[in-house]
Design a protein around this ligand. Structure first.
Ligand SMILES: NC(=O)C1=CN([C@@H]2O[C@H](COP(=O)(O)OP(=O)(O)OC[C@H]3O[C@@H](n4cnc5c(N)ncnc54)[C@H](O)[C@@H]3O)[C@@H](O)[C@H]2O)[C@@H](O)CC1
Ligand SMILES: Nc1ncnc2c1ncn2[C@@H]1O[C@H](COP(=O)(O)OP(=O)(O)OP(=O)(O)O)[C@@H](O)[C@H]1O
Ligand SMILES: [Mg+2]
Length: 391
């Protein structure tokens, strides 16, 4: 059973894992094209580093097994979809399936339902969001859902937002993890109390949504020169919910740590990319909580990265160490670097670290990249599921 504190770090940990996997997934199929692009266009990371990153994701992927039943590895609900926006809820819901959930539900306005149903037979679409009994209708399904993704394509209609407010209340009452994105964040900016202190909430604002939310909650503009501190402060002001500020570098905080994930994703800036992330995150947060502290060693060690740079002081909060005490590391992977973040003062008992991508030390050959691809395709330890997701 994950403790509340553990849930907070597990949720933050899952957020980074989701960003890493979404970054990989955003390249689109097939994986060898991903590797070709990853290892040719950008300062490539050594094959070992890519392996470490994927291992982080594998840590929480439940193994495929013939003894499981349908839905056991994830039943995700997306709350969103209105007259104007039908793509966003589709992108979020299908991403949950692509990452590895077994079932994906969409609770949307009646006008959006036939459209979303037409996109895919894999989605279970409930045209209830604009119904007077929307909360009751959604509540019937909550006991069968592991996580909710609230907001993709929701729109800003007051009646819809009121119904979503009721669904969020009912979800919290059942301790269901919620990822809040897009116009779900519009609702939270109007009523921050809705998720205040709910440690199983993950907010995924883009640049605009973050500044709106920051302004609404902290009653003033964010300090654009201190993005880490802004994310930390917003998380703390909302009672240490996990905040993922999306951008060129994704900045995450659970009010105690600040992590920066600069794993490079797609260079496109098209609509829908945030929806892919929120749907992926819905599954991964559930998996991180399901995996529990022994698998993620208190949650943060899903991020416990073998850190590069003998001279770099760093520390990773893990159960084994019991603290955030800085220690020198041995050079293993230049891929991700965790180092104290000078701009942001740790909250009491917390620590603030920056997880920075580290430029590669030597470009690998493409055949090395392909051998990782081969390894992934036939890795029976769960990589297979990730592989499917990246098809
Ligand atoms: N195909 C679909 O159905 C899509 C629906 N979407 C939905 O559309 C609704 C509104 O989302 P939006 O993302 O448009 O609204 P936002 O409030 O996020 O963005 C408003 C505008 O700000 C601009 N903007 C975004 N990031 C910026 C940055 N870093 N710097 C400066 N300007 C920036 C964009 O041009 C955008 O139109 C949401 O419910 C969302 O889920 C979007 O997800 C896009 C795809
Ligand atoms: N300037 C950028 N450079 C590189 N990656 C970026 C940049 N901005 C965002 N990203 C990445 O793209 C993903 C989606 O972020 P984005 O800001 O597009 O979300 P969004 O606006 O909510 O998208 P959507 O259109 O789905 O609502 C994030 O994982 C983020 O890491
Ligand atoms: Mg968005």
């Amino acid at each position: 059973m994950v403790t509340r504190a553990g849930a907070g770090t597990a949720v933050a940990g899952a957020a980074v894992v989701a960003l890493l996997s979404a970054a990989l997934a955003l390249y689109g199929p097939p994986l060898d094209a991903v590797l070709e692009r990853a290892f040719s266009l950008r300062k490539a990371h050594s094959i070992k580093d890519m392996e470490n990153t994927l291992q982080l994701v594998r840590n929480i992927i439940p193994p495929l097994s013939s003894t499981k039943h349908k839905g056991q590895d994830g039943r995700i609900g997306v709350v969103g979809g209105c007259q104007e926006y039908t793509g966003a809820p589709y992108f979020a819901a299908i991403s949950a399936l692509k990452v590895g959930a077994d079932l994906s539900h969409v609770f949307c306005a009646s006008a959006a339902a036939p459209v979303i149903k037409a996109y895919s037979p894999e989605l279970i679409v409930h045209p209830v969001l604009d119904s007077p009994s929307a909360v009751h209708e959604a509540e019937k399904w909550l006991p069968r859902l592991h996580a909710l993704v609230v907001g993709p394509g929701l729109g800003r209609d007051d009646a819809l937002l009121r119904n979503v407010q009721g669904i969020l209340e009912a979800s919290k009452a059942r301790d269901i993890p919620v990822v809040i994105d897009a116009d779900g964040l519009w609702l939270v900016a109007q009523q921050p109390a809705l998720i205040q202190g709910y440690r199983k909430a993950v907010l995924t604002p883009n640049h605009m949504e973050f500044s709106r939310l920051y302004d609404a909650v902290l009653r003033g503009p964010m300090d654009s020169n201190d993005s880490h501190g802004s994310v930390l402060r917003l998380s703390q002001a909302l009672g240490n919910v996990t905040v993922v500020q999306k951008g060129e570098r994704d900045i995450l905080s659970n009010g105690q740590q600040v992590l920066v994930c600069s794993q490079e994703g797609s260079s496109r800036r098209c609509g829908g990319q945030g929806d892919l992330l929120s749907g992926s995150l819905g599954v991964l947060v559930h998996w991180a909580l399901l995996a529990g502290p022994e698998k993620t060693n208190g949650g943060l060690s899903v991020l416990k990265l073998t850190i590069w740079g003998p001279e770099i002081e760093t520390g990773v909060k893990t159960r084994a160490q019991g603290s955030c005490s800085p220690r020198t590391t041995t050079p293993t992977s230049p891929h991700l670097l965790l180092s104290p973040s000078p701009q942001v003062q740790p909250s009491p008992g917390g620590c603030v670290w920056r997880l920075l991508s580290y430029q590669a030390v030597q470009p690998p050959s493409l055949s090395e990249a392909r051998s990782l691809h081969h390894h992934l395709r036939h890795d029976r330890r769960g990589g297979g599921r990730l592989q499917q997701a990246l098809r």
